[in-house]
Ligand binder design. Structure first.
Ligand SMILES: [Zn+2]
Length: 626
């Protein structure tokens, strides 16, 4: 209401030739997950760590120069969280930069961001939703109004993510021009049609952004940037016909002063003087949209991003965008992703099974958890809203809180930063492994289940091509924590990795509309399904004997890929190619019988494997006797 009221009075007209300089401000999470303290980072000297260095070189000078007031910007929630505590003056100056826009135009110049900077097209629908909702709650808390724009991590996009944005009230985002399915006019916003009549506006940033990021000469002088580079990007036909146009220059915000020294001064001069001197109006994205809503429609390239030419492979199977030369150098990426995704599948099941006994709806509670975690919502109110009255006890609440916090660290462990660079043996992957260990601890404390052993065994497959260290080595080199906070360490190195003596267990929970989960465990095999009627089907299969560990999800995205593969056929394909990650197409409505079928089928498979093992054993004995 307040925004509408402001809008009615606002000056919404814009110039003919408009420009928005968008800065994406973000830092990988550097805090130790146990202490929240950032360890000393040698490379940042004379500063204690890179957050401090970048604050001194970029956030503070840009804030003090008033550059945020004239830019369009998004500031990552985890960065904002740190900056608010470490440098409240810089933080306030940035947040306050949004307010004059709201007052004068009825719309702000700040955009939100998914909370943990995860690559949304690589996330499950449920995780996409949590990331978006946490990001929007964070924005509302900090800026005092709802966000209408959201910057996607690495501008990685698919239609499901855009639709979830639209459902959450987000009306626009920014993408790279090559993320459009067909060539676009980079001087106007476009409309992407979404299911059920929804739509979202996309600004495609101008090629000029590449020059700003990579060619030092382009930003050496603000006047010549306005005179040469910017003028070259103007649509002359529109200018001649007096049709309004908008050029968006989007880069990492840290470019201005940190990646490129003195560019904070370039930016200041350009926004305050050069732009208007050369006939350009500095305009925020949403102010432009109020005056000129997008009308031309566009299709987007799904699973594409701004910093990988191979879609989103940079954060998944790996590609040469990170500077690696051979396939072998990249094997750590799928191995690390798989270890983290399997851990997440384990964690999600424990969360659902255990927190599900306390919370009315564990996933809805997770979507709201960031407010409790960051102290924006009183504990009493949160637990009254989410915990069943019979479970308002210290023990139940403590357990549920540990599990919600485990979910938080599982989300953190999947941040894009862990996969962005060329090698495993670096601070960023190490930090994601540290976040995973925090989740392991919380799951252990809450449920007594040891998910550490399997995770560390999986990490063994991820190997640095530079140093030869594996993910397991990195895990073991993390700072020590009190022994009672993690499952017993000796189990990690034990030969008894196959859980000998564990008898097969099958359990099933089938109350509608609860998720259907099934579990089957044995010394050789653990199999689990988890489905909801409309949600994706999640399968996790672990064959300890063959060392193959797979976890994947088949959801709406899989249906769109157009295959009619039956679940049974997909499972066969999956097992036939254990090193391949197939897209499994489940029937559109996943029902109880399917979970039953999967359990029955897996039980059959287990019997087959047992027989194989027995045959192989008798062959061995035969050979020994001979
Ligand atoms: Zn790439």
């Amino acid at each position: 209401m307040r925004e509408q009221h402001l809008l009615d009075r606002a000056e919404t007209s814009v110039g003919l030739v408009n420009i928005a300089v968008h800065g994406h401000f973000y830092q990988p999470p550097r805090e130790d997950p146990w202490t929240s303290i950032i360890p000393n980072e040698e490379g940042a000297a004379p500063y204690a760590n890179f957050n401090e260095k970048i604050t001194a070189e970029c956030y503070r000078p840009n804030a003090e120069a008033g550059n945020f007031d004239l830019m369009s910007f998004d500031m990552g929630p985890t960065l904002a969280y740190w900056l608010e505590k470490a440098h409240p003056d810089v933080y306030s100056r940035i947040i306050e930069a949004d307010r004059p826009h709201l007052r004068s135009a009825g719309v702000g110049n700040a955009l939100a961001q998914p909370y943990n900077h995860t690559i949304l097209p690589l996330s499950t629908r449920r995780d996409k939703q949590t990331q978006i909702l946490w990001g929007l709650q964070d924005f509302r808390h900090r800026y005092g109004h709802d966000a209408h724009g959201m910057w996607l991590a690495e501008t990685a996009v698919d239609l499901e993510s855009l639709d979830l944005l639209a459902q959450s009230g987000v009306t626009y985002t920014i993408l790279a021009p090559w993320q459009a399915a067909n060539p676009v006019d980079m001087t106007e916003p476009y409309l992407v049609r979404l299911p059920q009549g929804r739509s979202i506006t996309v600004f495609f940033y101008n090629d000029l952004s590449g020059a700003v990021s990579y060619h030092d000469d382009s930003t050496a002088d603000a006047n010549s940037f306005a005179a040469q580079y910017q003028q070259a990007s103007i649509n002359r036909d529109k200018a001649a016909s007096s049709i309004a146009q908008m050029t968006v220059v989007a880069t990492d915000g840290e470019l201005y002063g940190h990646h490129k020294p003195w560019r904070d001064k370039f930016l200041s001069h350009f926004l305050k003087r050069s732009a208007s001197a050369y006939g350009l109006e500095v305009c925020s994205l949403e102010r432009y949209l109020v005056a000129h809503p997008a009308i031309t429609e566009v299709d987007i390239r799904e699973r594409s991003s701004w910093s990988c030419w191979h879609g989103v492979q940079r954060w998944d199977v790996g590609c040469h965008c990170d500077g690696t030369k051979t396939l072998e150098q990249r094997t750590w990426k799928p191995a690390l992703r798989e270890a983290l995704e399997c851990l997440q599948a384990d964690g999600d099941t424990l969360f659902e099974d255990y927190a599900g006994t306390v919370l009315d709806n564990p996933w809805q509670a997770r979507d709201d958890y960031i407010a409790l975690r960051n102290g924006w919502e009183a504990s009493e109110r949160f637990w009254t809203r989410h915990a069943q009255p019979m479970h308002h006890t210290i023990e139940s609440i403590q357990m549920a809180q540990n599990l919600l916090e485990a979910e938080y660290w599982l989300q953190t462990s999947l941040t894009s930063c862990g996969f962005f660079f060329e090698d495993l043996d670096r601070i960023e992957p190490r930090n994601t492994i540290a976040a995973a260990r925090r989740a392991i601890s919380l799951l252990w404390l809450a449920t007594g289940h040891d998910v550490q052993r399997r995770f560390v065994a999986s990490l063994q497959q991820a190997k640095s091509w530079r140093t030869g260290r594996t993910g397991a080595d990195l895990y073991r080199s993390l700072p020590a924590v009190p022994a009672n906070l993690l499952p017993p360490q000796e189990i990690i190195d034990s030969d008894d990795e196959h859980g000998q003596g564990v008898s097969p267990v099958m359990s099933m929970r089938t109350q509608h509309p609860e998720p259907h989960t099934g579990r089957l465990t044995s010394p050789d095999l653990r199999f689990r399904t988890s489905t909801t009627i409309w949600g994706p089907l999640q399968l996790t299969l672990i064959n300890h004997r063959e060392g193959a560990e797979r976890g994947y999800e088949a959801g709406q995205a899989a249906y769109r890929e157009g295959s009619d593969t039956s679940l049974e056929e997909a499972m066969h394909r999956y097992l036939a190619a254990p090193r391949y990650r197939p897209r499994v197409c489940a029937p559109k409505m996943v029902a109880e019988w399917q979970a039953m079928f999967l359990l029955g089928w897996t039980s059959h498979l287990l019997e087959e494997w047992k027989q194989e093992a027995a045959t192989s054993e008798s062959q061995q004995q035969y050979k020994t006797q001979r």
